[in-house]
Ligand binder design. Structure first.
Ligand code: FES
Length: 680
């Protein structure tokens, strides 16, 4: 008896025997091979493309003849004429099996394809979006067996795609009859699968076969900035990114002042909700326009945000977050229609998913950082710091993960700094100071040249030198410490004490003159004593938060440090350690993860099982509350010295020797004593 032909799929290696005449798509489905199809094998969508291989395959024990698949047919020819197929490609729903064959499924034909992440420390994303397109043919109505058009559509989806229970909003039902008739009883539907209930929701419909794409927005809603990535839901590609300032800044730069605004002004919470929603609409519209995408094809949004932003986005008064026990109105993830969030700039039936919060001060942004960095899968003990207006800090490994939030304030982002500015062309971002001459050299954003290199003035002619951005302020203060211009308590020495004319008097204190652009009509850029104090407060809060988690874990050191956040991506590890922002570890154990919260949002957008994963994981993360922990204050005061008043930074000591200088001859103010405890 002759055996049925053997079919081997690559790269999965799945194999099975199928009767002559079986379509390749059918064989793939029976074996559970990941081969895409939107039209259900009708030869319309071309998503099922495969590449057969011919010849000897000793590894698989088969010889594949040129006649192993049926001849090229009229449907394939029609597609070839209209769109073109790559050489060697066939449509899996049209080609049938005639003999033993090895069939490759190219990445673009895989539904669950992997999106390779660039960051070395992060895992790749496997595509499994919640919203997908299905082409379906619906039987025409029959007077003798009367059923509604929607009911027949549901039945057709069940029969043709095995889809379960479906719900539809009125806005879609309104268009169903005309769409069905326009498409001659065929239509394409966008179905959203709820990962908790497995229910499907009809988000949109198009007559006939819709040859378009679906998109999603991953949004990192921060206190200071709102960043969004527009992603193709088929392959995870980011096709557009944009960021804007959070307009709520006018109600207060830090989170607590926004909560206070809501407390003091009746309706203040609603005012802030309206502001942020309007900004989100503008952002969504502009990102779609720039990427040349029809906003109606944006079907999903995923939000990550801190708890106060979370409440203000949802239209919930954040007042409870301003006082112990910092109760959230809801901490679980949320799946809503965007209409409920007042977002009308995209498809009105689009869905919004909001990641779960970890606790009252540790929000969905920290959950997103955990999702992207997976400390719970780490063999070594990793400290992850997401540096922003509020720092989210996670410490953990496979056995335990702890989290806290620390009120660093906006100083690291260049705010509250006399010459501070956002990272933009013209901002000083890197600085070195000669320890002997005390003369600085620097780089500004927009120029690869250093300020003492020939050609620098020409390059910066257009932008000028306008201020210092967050990473620049870290570097210049650390360099001042290394050059002996500032002592361990943070005091800047006078010209006499430092031997540098760049130490200029300013009231009862001194400032360091980094750049004097006066001759060219530019600003005088200085680092003042108040700037140093602002950075000391921020860095002490950051270090104290990390140290509190280390206490809780019962450790004095960590194995590695990951700096996340847009600012974390640009920070110099050496300078951060000179300042004592982060615990002392070997420099090569400090890495940057870029915008890890935004990446977490993108992961949740592209793969619904990742949503389930983070929903489970947040319950296993232990939250430590810095606001009520007395040791936080002790750690904070000890951390105001640069780098630290009591802890030995031995790894740092191998790299730099910090001058033993003291400028506190007048009994100046003691760092830390003036601090008002404020949650940002
Ligand atoms: Fe749509 Fe083959 S499955 S063309």
């Amino acid at each position: 008896m002759t055996q049925d032909p053997l079919v081997i799929f690559t790269p999965s290696g799945k194999r099975g025997r199928f009767a002559v005449g079986t379509p390749v798509l059918t064989a793939a489905r029976k074996l559970g091979v990941d081969l895409d199809s939107v039209c259900g094998g009708r030869g319309i969508c071309s998503k099922c493309q495969i590449t057969p291989s011919f010849g000897e395959f000793p590894k698989h024990g088969v010889r594949v003849s040129e006649t192993a698949l049926s001849d090229w047919n009229a449907v394939e020819q029609r597609y070839q004429d209209k769109r073109g197929l790559l050489a060697g490609r066939r449509l899996g729903c049209q080609a049938t099996i005639q003999g033993d064959v090895v069939i490759d499924v190219p990445p673009e034909s895989q539904v669950h394809k992997q999106v390779v992440r660039k960051e070395a420390t992060a895992h790749d994303i496997t595509m499994d979006p919640a919203t997908r397109l299905y082409y379906v043919e619906v039987p025409e109505p029959d007077m003798h067996t009367p059923t509604g058009d929607f009911e027949r559509l549901k039945k057709a989806l069940q029969d043709q795609w095995g889809v379960g229970e479906i719900r539809a909003d009125l806005t879609v039902l309104n268009r169903l009859q005309s769409t069905l008739r326009k498409g001659k009883w065929a239509l394409t539907v966008a179905l959203f699968r709820d990962h908790t209930t497995a229910d499907e929701r009809l988000l949109d419909i198009w007559p006939g076969y819709f040859d378009g794409r679906l998109y999603g927005l991953a949004i990192d809603l921060g206190s200071t900035t709102i960043a969004a990535h527009l992603c193709d839901l088929r392959n995870g590609t980011v096709i557009g990114s944009a960021g804007i300032m959070n307009p709520q800044i006018r109600f207060g730069e830090d989170l607590m002042s926004r909560v206070s605004y809501a407390m003091m002004n009746p309706g203040g919470d609603r005012e802030m909700t309206a502001e942020v929603r309007s900004a989100l609409n503008n952002l969504a519209a502009s990102i779609a326009k720039d990427a040349d995408v029809d906003p109606r094809q944006i079907m999903e949004t995923v939000f990550v945000c801190n708890p106060v932003m979370h409440h203000l986005l949802l239209g919930i008064d954040p007042v409870e977050l301003g006082q112990a026990p910092f109760a959230l109105a809801t901490s679980n993830s949320l799946s809503l229609g965007v209409g409920e969030l007042g977002i009308g700039a995209i498809n009105p039936t689009a869905r919004a998913y909001i990641l779960p919060c970890i606790a009252g001060h540790v929000g969905a942004d920290a959950a997103a950082v955990a999702l992207s960095q997976e400390p719970y899968n780490s063999d070594d003990l990793v400290l992850i710091i997401d540096v922003g207006t509020n720092a989210e800090i996670l410490l953990g490994n496979k056995s335990q993960v702890l989290a806290c939030s620390s009120p660093t304030g906006p100083a690291f982002e260049g705010a509250q700094i006399s010459s501070g500015q956002r990272a933009a062309p013209g901002a000083i971002e890197h600085v070195t100071i000669d320890p002997v001459t005390k003369e600085p050299r620097f780089q500004v954003i927009g120029s690869d040249l250093w300020s003492d290199e020939p050609g620098f003035d020409d390059i910066i002619a257009n932008t000028g030198i306008t201020g210092i951005c967050g990473s620049g302020i870290i570097e210049v203060i650390a360099e001042m410490r290394m050059a002996g211009l500032m002592d361990a308590s943070g005091l800047i020495g006078s010209a006499e004490q430092t031997g540098s004319a760049r130490s200029i008097p300013q009231g009862r204190t001194h400032a360091y003159l980094l750049h004097d652009g006066g001759a060219n009509g530019g600003p005088q850029i200085t680092v003042t004593q108040a700037d140093i104090r602002a950075i000391q407060l921020a860095k002490s809060a950051l270090y104290a938060g990390a140290r509190l988690l280390m206490d809780e874990m019962g450790v004095d050191t960590v194995d590695r440090v990951v700096l996340a956040g847009a600012f974390g991506a640009h920070i110099s590890a050496k300078h951060a350690m000179v300042l004592g922002m982060i615990p002392d570890v070997p420099l090569d154990r400090v890495t940057s993860a870029g915008n890890a919260a935004g990446t977490g949002a993108r992961i949740a957008l592209c793969n619904i099982s990742e949503r389930l994963k983070i929903e489970k994981t947040v319950h296993q993360i232990t939250k430590i509350e810095t606001a009520i922990e007395p040791r936080f204050q002790e750690h904070f005061i000890a951390a105001t010295a640069i780098p630290h008043s009591s802890e030995v930074f031995s790894n740092l000591g191998k790299l730099v020797t910090l001058p033993d200088v003291s400028f506190n001859t007048a009994g100046g103010d003691k760092p830390g004593t003036k601090r008002r405890r404020r949650r940002r």
